[in-house]
Write a protein that binds this ligand. Sequence first.
Ligand code: SAM
Length: 227
Amino acid sequence: MKIDAITIFPEYFSPLQLSLLGKAQEKELLSITVHNLRDFSTNNHHSVDDTPYGGGAGMVMSPEIWGSALDPLMLEDTDLIILTPAGKVFDQQMAQEFAGSSHLVFACGRYEGIDYRVGEYYSHPQFVAQSIRVHEVSIGNYVLGGGEVAALVMIEAITRLIPGVLGNPESLAEESHNEEGFLEYPNYTKPANWRGIAVPEVLLGGNHALIATWRAAQAQVRAQKCD
Ligand code: SAM
């Protein structure tokens, strides 16, 4: 999978070199490129924003600069993800869908966000015909200062679903938020008694059928608590 992220703060993406994502890039399962939006600004101060039509507080990111940054990345078969708190809320199902993509482009807004016409433009039939799909996505119902953290959240959730990225793919099998809407049972490790709290007896007995029944029941209890 190829990932491009466009931002005015490329430094936000340095954690992508760590842990599983760093290894996945070394193994060439993934290639991630971060672009500085200011490099596409032609004015002296490298500014990327302007005042909003219709008035109001704050500044809006310029469609001209976004267009210059995005045009070279809008290759055949691309998912353009415009991060916005007004978008469709990201979840595990969406992560699964994006994990099947060959090219993701993350547009990280700042200030009052990106001029709305950017998403409209790349939704034109000429781009649809090239399998370019535009998605407005939010990572939750709250407002962040910028789209960088949202892109990091999405990249981590999506890329760990790519075959070969996780050391042990069985870790995915019984995870929370799978297709059945399951939440994972509680997990324990040694010692068997920690600060007076004992590991449930059933997990110590080695009876796999009983353990499976107990885990299924605990997963349900957890799901009810979260309702
Ligand atoms: N004025 C916008 C609004 O009220 O919808 C909020 C803009 S926010 C301060 C600046 C940028 O942060 C947005 O353009 C977006 O890229 C990002 N952002 C903020 N909250 C987000 C969220 N919940 N999910 C995804 N991106 C978010």
